[in-house]
Design a protein around this ligand. Structure first.
Ligand SMILES: Nc1ncnc2c1ncn2[C@@H]1O[C@H](C[S@+](CC[C@H]([NH3+])C(=O)[O-])CC(=O)[O-])[C@@H](O)[C@H]1O
Ligand SMILES: O=C(O)C(=O)Cc1ccccc1
Length: 259
């Protein structure tokens, strides 16, 4: 007899209890245990995530160009990829999602297949530092650059800017740090209060903090801005901020604007 399947092959999603009991300190990794709880984890941990995702659709609709590539770098389970898919108004655009976690990409394939929009999506299980980029109109790094080795960030952004057409954009969402120690302390406390309001205990907050310390390296808004401009973008603006989480839009001017 054939095995009963969950409706439409929906991957199993669990609540995030990864840090609820005492565990030995180990660096955070995007493995299968994180992939299983990821939708719950990111929604309860990142202030503004549930607003940023639908806005990625709005921004993509504004900046996608016919016959271009749209990239979602660090696509995880495809929330930002699907937002881009729904925003792209041209059938001849190519949408590419890239993530180097096999567990994420495997589940992402299921979510893409369940979605009601049928623009083809190519998923690459690759390092975004090595993935090929060209002819881009919209590229998204939705909370991914923060996990890249700081030494590698400038060359990645330069590669993205080089691959971006005139009038194209990079949507860059990041956890940031602040130059002022007092602002850093206040914004961090507010972020932790947000997590507490979403049901995380002090133990979960403190163990997760230790686990991400060496792998999620936040930078200041000024550092992001300067590096995006040096990489070849012409304008950088913040379109969203909640506590220490921001989303920026880096724009390549239209050639007609710069003449
Ligand atoms: N060098 C790398 N190459 C490829 N993938 C990478 C790399 N470094 C990290 N990743 C991947 O980047 C993703 C970051 S999560 C993105 C959320 C998604 N954008 C969303 O809108 O839901 C953000 C977060 O967890 O805070 C993970 O899936 C990593 O495997
Ligand atoms: O949970 C946190 O404290 C964060 O800073 C955000 C986060 C979300 C998902 C994976 C790693 C970090």
């Amino acid at each position: 007899m054939s095995k009963a399947r969950r409706p439409s092959e929906m991957p199993e999603q669990l609540p995030d209890r990864l840090f609820a009991t005492e565990r030995r300190p180990e660096d955070f990794r995007f493995d299968a245990s994180v992939a299983r709880v990821f939708p719950d984890m990111i929604r309860r941990s990142v202030p503004g995530y549930t607003t940023i995702i639908p806005m990625i659709e709005v921004i993509t609709e504004q900046y996608a160009q016919p016959g271009s590539y749209c990239y979602d770098l660090g696509c995880s389970l495809g929330a930002s990829t699907l937002a881009m898919r729904h925003g792209i108004p041209y059938e001849d655009c190519t949408l590419v999602g890239v993530d180097n976690s096999e567990a994420m990409i495997e589940r992402c394939e299921h979510y893409i297949a369940l979605d009601d929009n049928h623009l083809p999506v190519t998923l690459r299980c690759e390092d975004i530092l090595a993935t090929e980029l060209s002819n881009a109109s919209v590229t998204t790094l939705n909370f991914t650059l923060q996990f890249v080795d700081p030494q590698q960030r400038a060359s990645l952004l330069a590669r993205i800017a080089d691959a971006t057409r005139p009038g194209g954009v990079l949507i860059l969402s990041e956890k940031i740090r602040f130059e002022s120690d007092s602002e850093q302390a206040i914004q961090t406390r507010l972020h932790h209060e947000f997590k507490r309001a979403n049901g995380y205990s002090d133990l979960e907050i403190s163990q997760k903090r230790t686990a991400i310390e060496q792998v999620l390296i936040p930078e200041t808004l000024a550092a992001h801005r300067a590096r995006l401009l040096a990489a070849g973008f012409d304008e950088v603006l913040v379109w969203y901020q909640c506590f220490n989480f921001v989303s920026m839009l880096a724009i390549k001017a239209n050639t007609s604007d710069t003449d």
